[in-house]
Design a protein around this ligand. Structure first.
Ligand code: MTE
Ligand code: MO
Length: 323
C-alpha cells in the first residue's frame, strides 16, 4: 500500500488553522465562481440541510435526557465550526474538503448489515434500527489525535442497545465497523490514501460501555454528511479517528479486527488509542490540546476526561504498550 506523507496527524497543534479561516476561504472561492458566472453549488446546497426531514430528524424522535451524568457542561463548539472543520478522508484530506464535497453522499435510504457472532444476523434499514432503539442526547468532548478538540451535542443510539437486538454470542470478543465503499459518492476513495473502506474496531466491553453511541444527529438536527451521516460511531474517551463515520457494516467477531489507521501506520495509531497525555505521538506531544473556535490551549486529560467511567476497562493493562 502506498503511504503518502500527507495523512492523519500531519497537522499537530501548532499548525491548526482556525475553522473561520477555512470558511472564509470557501466563501471566497464560491464568490469567485459566482463572479465568473460559473455554477457553483455549495452556497445553495449545503450538505447539512440534506435529509433534515427524513426519519430520525429532530421532529420524529423524542430524545430522553441522559440521566447518567455523562454529559459535559463545557461550552459547546459552534455548529458552524463542528460542521466545517472535519476529518473525513473519503472526501479529501484538507479540513474544509468534507464540508465542500460530502454533498455527493446519498444517506437515504441507508441500511446496515450486522454480521458474524450474533444469533440474529441480517441487514436492517436505518428506519427500522431507529424504531426499535432508545435515543439519547449527550454532550461529549471529541479529542482528535492531531491535538485539537471540540465539544459536540450528539443525538444517538447507545451501541449496546443496538447490539443487544442482534443477540451477540459468547464468541463475540470484538466489534468491527466498516464505512461505505463507493468511489462514485466518495471521491477521496479514488486515491490510495488509506486501504478503503475505512475500518475501525472496539473490544466488546468498550462497545457495550454506556458512553459508546451510534450518533444520528448533532445540535438537535440530523448529522451533516461531513460529520458522518447517517450513522457514525462516537467513543469519547478515544482519539477521534476511532469514531468511524457513515457505517454500513457492524461485525461481531472473536479476533481483534484490522483497523485502517493502525494498518497504515502501526507505530503512530494503536488499536486502543485511548486519549493519553502521557503517551506522545511519535511526532508530537499529546499533553495539550486546542479547543476549536477558541484560542486557549488546555491540558489533555487521561481518557479525555472520562477516566472515572472507563479506566477500569483497562485495569492491569500496560497503556504504553497498548497505546
Ligand atoms: N470513515 C471515516 N471516519 C472518520 C474519519 C475518516 O476520515 N473517515 N476521520 C476520523 C477522525 S480523524 C476524526 S477526528 C473524526 C472527526 O469527526 P467530526 O468531523 O465529526 O468532528 O472522525 C473520524 N471518523
Ligand atoms: Mo482525528
Amino acid at each position: 500500500m502506498l503511504i503518502r506523507q500527507n495523512r492523519l496527524g500531519e497537522s499537530p497543534e501548532r499548525e491548526v488553522t482556525d475553522p473561520s479561516l477555512y470558511r472564509r476561504r470557501r466563501e471566497f472561492i464560491r464568490d469567485l465562481g459566482v463572479a465568473a458566472g460559473l455554477l457553483v453549488l455549495p452556497g445553495c446546497g449545503r450538505a447539512e440541510d440534506a435529509g433534515a426531514s427524513g426519519p430520525g430528524s429532530s421532529g420524529s424522535v423524542r430524545p430522553v435526557r441522559s440521566p447518567d451524568g455523562f454529559t459535559t457542561a463545557e461550552a459547546q463548539t459552534p455548529f458552524e465550526d463542528a460542521s466545517s472543520y472535519n476529518n473525513f478522508y473519503e472526501f479529501g484530506s484538507d479540513k474544509d474538503d468534507p464540508a465542500e464535497n460530502a454533498g455527493s453522499l446519498v444517506t437515504r435510504p441507508w441500511s446496515i448489515s450486522i454480521e458474524g457472532e450474533v444469533a440474529r444476523p441480517g441487514t436492517i434499514s436505518l428506519e427500522a434500527l431507529l424504531a426499535g432503539t432508545p435515543v439519547v442526547e449527550r454532550i461529549y468532548r471529541l479529542r482528535c489525535v492531531e491535538a485539537w478538540s471540540m465539544v459536540i451535542p450528539w443525538r444517538g443510539l447507545p451501541l449496546r442497545d443496538v447490539l443487544a437486538r442482534f443477540e451477540p454470542t459468547s464468541r463475540a470478543k470484538y466489534v468491527a465497523f466498516r464505512t461505505l465503499l463507493d468511489p462514485a459518492q466518495m471521491p477521496g476513495q479514488r486515491r490510495p490514501v488509506l486501504d478503503w473502506p475505512y475500518r475501525e474496531g472496539l473490544r466488546i466491553d468498550e462497545a457495550m460501555h454506556p458512553l459508546t453511541i451510534l450518533a444520528t444527529g448533532m445540535y438537535g438536527r440530523d448529522l451533516p454528511a461531513q460529520n458522518g451521516a447517517p450513522l457514525r460511531l462516537v467513543v469519547p474517551w478515544k482519539y477521534g479517528f476511532k469514531s468511524i463515520k457513515s457505517i454500513v457494516s457492524i461485525r461481531l467477531q472473536e479476533a481483534q479486527p484490522e483497523t485502517s489507521w493502525n494498518q497504515a501506520a502501526p507505530s503512530e495509531y494503536g488499536f486502543y488509542s485511548n486519549v493519553n497525555p502521557d503517551v506522545d505521538h511519535p511526532r508530537w506531544s499529546q499533553k495539550r490540546e486546542r479547543r476549536i473556535g477558541d484560542f486557549r490551549r488546555t491540558r489533555t486529560l487521561p481518557f479525555n476526561g472520562y477516566a472515572e467511567q472507563v479506566a477500569q476497562l483497562y485495569s492491569g493493562m500496560d497503556l504504553r504498550a497498548n497505546f
